[in-house]
Ligand binder design. Structure first.
Ligand SMILES: [Zn+2]
Length: 63
């Protein structure tokens, strides 16, 4: 059951997977190979007001 997951991890490490889902938020240059990873990142980081990312934005007053 985990074979595909492991293969994907190996592919990411070795650069064989395109990171074709870039985060579109300002000041965030993360990229993801899967859309659900991007969706999860967006929810955890950008929709979470107290995430490290949002606290840094607030602290630095980045527009
Ligand atoms: Zn992001």
């Amino acid at each position: 059951m985990n074979i595909n997951v492991n293969n994907e991890l190996e592919n990411v490490k070795s650069g064989r997977i395109d990171m074709k889902y870039p985060c579109t938020e300002k000041h965030c240059n993360k990229k993801f190979c899967r859309k659900d990873s991007l969706t999860r990142h967006h929810r955890l980081v950008h929709l979470n007001k107290t995430s490290r990312f949002n606290r840094r934005i607030a602290k630095d007053n980045i527009q």
